[in-house]
Each structure stands twice: as structure tokens, then as C-alpha cells.
Design a protein around this ligand. Structure first.
Ligand code: IVH
Length: 661
């Protein structure tokens, strides 16, 4: 077949498969076929870039990295909704409408807990997407919204239209995103809404494409130009190819609305995404202006907010977990109870202060909720039901190895004082092998635990000695030839993993993935890093006293140095391979930034300098090549002048770097 026609055919085929999978939730082709078609299309588009179409599914993988978000003024402001919290308030809402209008019905919709977005299509093609912002001015998130799989890039009709809806993160993607953050030592997203909002504000659209956001559309701007009622609008949105939440209903009176609310207060617990209420809208558009608006919200609509889900159950025991860094976490062991879609038997108690502040005691009846609807947490004790429980006292010794626990002044957590604590070792091994560090396929939590129990694994060093036990490993139930060979191959391949991932894998306290990435740029070999001093380390972006201290202390420990030497002898890569930089007069030069910059942030300026192979440092010395000085620069500028360091103003810096980044 003519390749031009084939591109067209593939685009149609893949878009249809995407629609059936992501919008209708009814897959029609196998992942295998999908991947093949996709690959074929990518190859053809590479060969004939001029034939790439605007609605091609290859547009959805992300790619552009922005420096910030542009502002967009909404042609029609994005309003918010008033709230009602119980049946009385709901009926008052209806009465207010009854007083000014007649012959109306309602449409109820789920209130999706995400973030609102307004999207413009021209001639049926996706053009622009903006956040709500303050309702009048939002931010341009076009590139990120483009990556949402269920959002069509081309509508079924070639019309100009602006639509609005809610971007959200389904529970599954949320859990995955948090798992990744946990292993990166990054703060967890508190709930799917924060995760969705955080993701949509990512400057790198590839990250957004990976996070699997989804969208339900619920509004057509100036809808009366297309249809007569909200129900028709929702139907029309679907005809155009949009994903609309299926649980909407036309209700003929407020009793029916109330029934729907009760139904969904229960049903929401089984959904794969968060909803925090039911939105009630007068269905007939002809009545909207008559019912009117307040400054912030329409009077013809409101949101019934569900009360957050809470359950009561008995606290059977308080147990403890020791993490990779030796941190102790008290855990509530509960009589199993059903809450927000799952049975809960454990909840976090965070730390000693959390328990003491709430006076939680074993045997109490406690209230629990899902923090962000996902991780269960004990909120409080039902004191009226307390009998004669004894006050809580935290344990003194590590529950795993028996060494004393230590809580440093100013810190909330206890840590096991034993460097060789098996709990630390196991978690350390799991972390080292994980996808985000050395990426040793199949050496997951369960396998590490099994090997540890059988005495094959105790330290990272043992991972690279596993091949000497290959025959014994093959005898472990559930392993066998194929699995062991695959594992050993993955271990071998991990020796070439990048230096920053290795460094991150070592599990040095406070050294997360990002910090590791920064460090290797300044200390490109482990031998240089071993000798690093605190004063020099804190010159690295994002590295403060605490991290620097932790690194120096890690490399002053004989046992750690021995481990590194051993790993070196196994051939592990401990050298940073520089990403390609652009050859420029700033390559290899050291900059100090000072004063207020107008056209970009300091981080952006740093990124430009680094891209050009330069470095930034926080203090001016004889080694400084340039000082980039914004307005109100103070002592650093003076020092630069004293030392005769070249000073660049913002304008000159921009001219010298123009078009290079
Ligand atoms: S209608 C004029 N429908 O709730 C009001 N909003 O405070 C337009 N939301 O900003 C909004 N699900 O982010 C509407 N089915 C739904 C919704 C919904 C979630 C959000 C939206 C809005 C907020 C209202």
C-alpha cells in the first residue's frame, strides 16, 4: 500500500483503538497489535515528517519541555459552585429556584475530584487548554493536556467549540505515582487531586504522559448555541467523541435528586476515581439567565458535598516497622473494617508524638479515615468508649535487632542505632535493586526476603555474588532455570547502570534521585566524591548542610568504603557519563547568580548555564568566571568587582545565550 495512505489508515486505526480503550473502556485490539501499529506509525512519520497529522496519536507521548506556563484569559470566565451539605440545604436550594422559575428539571452529575480545565477546538482540532486559575486568567497547559489518552485530538465534527471538564488521576495511577515518589525519597502526593494538579503543572510533558491522567467533560461554553439543555449537552459531548462520566441523570424533582445523592454516597466507594459530591444543575438552558448568577457562581447549580468517609474500629495492637534508613514507624493493628472501597486492618500512627497527642491506647475504639482517601490513618480515639486501657509508651529497642532506638533532638522519629540492622539491610537491598535505582528485574521485595531468609543475601555485595550460588538458587521452589538465569542476567546488566542511579541505590540518608543526579555532575567519579568536603558539597545546587553532612559521614565509614571497593571489583560503573552539552563560551565556566532576575528564574538561568556546560556556585571567589547580576545585587557584586570577575547583566546574558536553549 502507498505509505501516505498507510499513515492515514494507522492514525484512524490507533485513534479508534484509543477511543474504545480509554473512553469507552471496551478494548477491541490486543496490546500487542496496538504496539505494533504504533511503532509502524512512528517509523513512517519519521520517514515522512511532512505527512504527520495534527490528530496523530504520536502527539500524545509528550516531548516539549517548557520553562514556565503562559497566562491565558478565558473568553467566558470559569465560575465555581455553591455548596450544600445536607438535605435541608438541598431543599432550600430548590425553593430559591422554585420562587423564580417553573417547568424545570435537574441533571445530577458526579462531582469529580480533580482540577477544572477549559479546552478549545478549532474546526474540530484540539488547539488549546487552560487551567481555571482565578477564573478569569488561567495557565496554558496545552502540551500536557494533549497527552491525556481519552481526550480526542480530533472531534467527530469539524466545529469550533470550547468545552470544560475535570482532569483527574484514577486510583491506580495515583498509587503508581506515589510508589515511584516513595522510592525516589520524594514527598508523597496527599491525594489523587493533588497528584493530578502537580502533574499538570509539570514542565516536561513526557512526565505527564507517563502519569496516566484522565478527563471527564461536563460543560460546553455557550452551550445554547448547540443544544437546549444540560442533558443534551452531555449527550452531544459524547457524540463529538469526548469522555463523559456515565453517572448523570435527569431528575424531575428534588426528591429524585436526593435519591440520586443517597445512591452515590454509597456507590462512590466502588469507583476507580475520587468524587467528593454530586453536582445539581437546572437542565433547561432557557431558564439559566432568569435564575441568575452571584459574583462567583450560578444560582441554577450547586454541589452537594459528601461527608468524608470515616470508620470506627478497635485498636488491637501497636506494632512497629523499621524502614531502609532505620526509621521506626508505629502501626495500628485494627479489627478489620470496610472503608472507602477496601477492608482496612492496619493504619499508620506516624510517630510517638502523634500517638501521645491523641492519647491513643491499645484496646481503644478509634476513628480512621483514608488520608487522601488512600492511606489509612488513625484520626482520634472515641473516648466515650474507653474502658481502662494503659497509656501508650514507645518501645526502647529495635524490634528487629534489639539495638537501642534513638530519637535526636528536634526530630520526630526514632531510628535504630545498629548500622547492620537486618531490617535496614533488607530494605536497603530492595531499594538498591528497585526500578528507580539499579533496575534489577525480578529482584523485588519477595525475592529479596526469600534469599535473605535462606542466607544468600545480606548486603548489596551479596547480590553480585549470587551467580556463584546459581545451582542452589535453581532448587528453591518457584525458581528454576529460566527465572534464575533471567535474574542473573539482570544483575549483570545492572553493572552498567548510570553512576547517579548507583549512588541513589546506595541509600545514603537524604540522597534522593534528584540529589544524586546533581552530585555526579560535580563529582563525576566515586573516588572524587569519597574525598568531597562539606564546604564544597554545599555549593552544589539543592544541597544543603544536612545532605552534605550525610554524604561525608557515609564515606567516612570503613564498612561503606569496603563495600564500594568490593562492588568496584565486580565491575560496577561508578563514573558519570556527561550528557551532551553545547560548545559555547560558557562551557566549563563557573557562574555566581545574584540579585533579582526579571526575564527568568534563577533555576532557569542555572539550567541554561548547565546546558552549555557551565557550573553555578553560591559564593564569589577567584575561581568564579562570571557573575550574573540582576537588579538590587549586593555584596556578591561588590566582591566580583573587587576581584575583577566579569559581571554580566541580564540583557548581555540573554544576548549571549539567545536561541541556544
Ligand atoms: S460544573 C459553573 N460539573 O467543581 C460551574 N463542575 O466548584 C461549572 N467539578 O471548578 C462547574 N465535577 O472543577 C461542574 N460535573 C461537574 C463537576 C464540576 C467536578 C468541579 C469543577 C469546578 C468545581 C466547582
Amino acid at each position: 500500500m502507498n505509505e501516505k495512505l498507510r499513515i492515514k489508515e494507522l492514525i484512524q486505526l490507533i485513534n479508534k483503538a484509543n477511543y474504545e480503550y480509554h473512553t469507552l473502556d471496551k478494548p477491541t485490539i490486543s496490546d500487542y497489535d496496538y504496539d505494533h501499529y504504533f511503532k509502524e506509525l512512528v517509523e513512517l512519520e519519521e520517514k515522512y515528517p511532512e505527512l504527520k497529522q495534527e490528530d496523530s496519536p504520536t502527539q500524545k507521548v509528550g516531548g516539549s519541555v517548557l520553562e514556565g506556563f503562559n497566562k491565558i484569559t478565558h473568553q467566558v470566565p470559569m465560575m465555581s459552585l455553591s455548596n450544600v451539605f445536607d438535605e435541608t440545604e438541598l431543599r432550600q436550594f430548590d425553593e430559591r429556584i422554585f420562587n423564580v422559575a417553573s417547568g424545570y428539571s435537574y441533571v445530577t452529575e458526579l462531582k469529580i475530584d480533580g482540577l477544572a480545565v477549559s479546552i478549545i477546538y478549532e474546526k474540530g482540532l484540539f488547539k488549546q487548554a487552560a487551567t481555571r486559575g482565578n477564573g478569569v486568567v488561567g495557565e496554558d497547559i496545552t502540551e500536557n493536556v494533549k497527552t491525556i489518552k481519552s481526550l480526542p485530538l480530533k472531534l467527530n465534527e469539524a466545529i469550533d467549540i470550547e468545552v470544560r471538564g475535570e482532569i483527574f488521576m484514577p486510583h491506580k495511577s495515583f498509587e503508581k505515582a506515589n510508589e515511584e515518589r516513595m522510592s525516589n525519597d520524594e514527598a508523597l502526593f496527599a491525594n489523587p487531586r493533588n497528584a493530578a494538579a502537580g502533574t499538570i503543572r509539570q514542565l516536561d510533558s513526557k512526565v505527564v504522559a507517563k502519569r496516566a491522567l484522565d478527563i471527564f467533560l461536563y460543560t460546553i461554553v455557550d452551550a445554547q448555541n448547540y443544544v437546549n439543555s444540560q442533558k443534551e449537552a452531555l449527550d452531544y459531548l459524547q457524540t463529538l467523541g469526548f469522555k463523559v462520566n456515565p453517572y448523570y441523570k435527569q431528575c424531575h424533582d428534588i426528591d429524585e435528586v436526593h435519591q440520586q445523592i443517597q445512591l452515590f454516597d454509597d456507590k462512590r466507594k466502588t469507583l476507580k476515581y475520587d468524587t467528593d459530591g454530586v453536582v445539581i444543575k437546572v437542565n433547561e438552558f432557557s431558564l439559566h439567565d432568569k435564575i441568575g448568577y452571584t459574583a462567583k457562581s450560578p444560582k441554577w447549580a450547586t454541589a452537594y458535598k459528601f461527608a468524608p468517609e470515616v470508620a470506627e474500629t478497635k485498636l488491637l495492637d501497636i506494632t512497629y516497622q523499621i524502614g531502609r534508613t532505620g526509621k521506626l514507624t508505629p502501626v495500628a493493628e485494627l479489627e478489620p473494617v470496610f472503608l472507602s472501597g477496601s477492608t482496612i486492618s492496619r493504619a499508620t500512627l506516624h510517630n510517638e508524638d502523634f500517638i501521645v497527642d491523641r492519647d491513643v491506647r491499645v484496646g481503644d475504639i478509634v476513628r480512621i479515615h483514608k488520608a487522601g482517601e488512600i492511606i489509612p490513618e488513625v484520626i482520634e480515639v472515641v473516648l466515650e468508649q474507653r474502658t481502662n486501657q494503659t497509656p501508650f509508651e514507645i518501645i526502647k529497642d529495635c524490634p528487629v535487632c534489639g539495638h537501642p532506638l534513638i530519637r535526636k533532638e528536634g526530630e520526630a522519629d526514632y531510628y535504630c542505632s545498629n548500622d547492620d540492622c537486618p531490617a535496614k539491610n533488607i530494605h536497603g537491598l530492595i531499594h538498591f535493586a528497585s526500578r528507580v535505582a539499579m533496575d534489577i528485574d525480578t529482584l523485588g521485595e519477595k525475592v529479596v526476603e526469600t534469599f535473605h531468609e535462606l542466607g544468600f543475601l545480606n548486603t548489596i555485595y551479596d547480590i553480585y555474588r549470587l551467580e556463584t550460588f546459581a545451582e542452589e538458587l535453581k532448587l528453591i521452589p518457584g525458581f528454576g532455570n529460566k527465572k534464575v538465569n533471567k535474574l542473573l542476567d539482570a544483575i549483570d546488566a545492572s553493572k552498567n547502570q548510570s553512576f547517579d542511579k548507583f549512588l541513589f541505590g546506595l541509600g545514603i540518608k537524604h540522597v534522593g534521585a534528584k540529589v544524586a543526579k546533581n552530585i555526579v555532575k560535580y563529582y563525576p567519579t566515586i573516588d572524587l566524591l569519597k574525598e568531597a568536603e562539606i564546604e564544597a558539597l554545599i555549593d552544589i545546587p539543592d544541597i544543603g548542610e544536612m545532605i552534605a553532612q550525610s554524604i561525608v559521614s557515609y564515606f567516612s565509614d570503613e564498612q561503606n568504603l569496603k563495600l564500594i571497593d568490593e562492588l568496584k571489583s565486580f565491575g560496577l560503573n561508578m563514573t558519570y557519563e556527561q550528557e551532551e552539552t553545547i560548545e559555547h563560551e560558557f562551557t566549563g565556566k563557573t557562574f555566581v547568580l545574584t540579585g533579582k532576575l526579571e526575564s527568568f528564574s534563577r533555576d532557569q538561568a542555572k539550567a541554561i548555564i548547565e546546558k552549555l556546560g557551565g557550573k553555578t556556585s553560591s559564593s564569589v571567589s577567584k575561581k568564579t568566571d562570571y557573575v550574573l547580576a540582576g537588579s538590587d545585587a549586593g555584596s556578591k557584586l561588590k566582591k566580583a568587582n573587587d576581584l575583577g570577575v566579569t559581571v554580566l547583566d541580564e540583557q548581555t546574558f540573554m544576548e549571549k545565550t539567545n536561541g541556544l536553549y
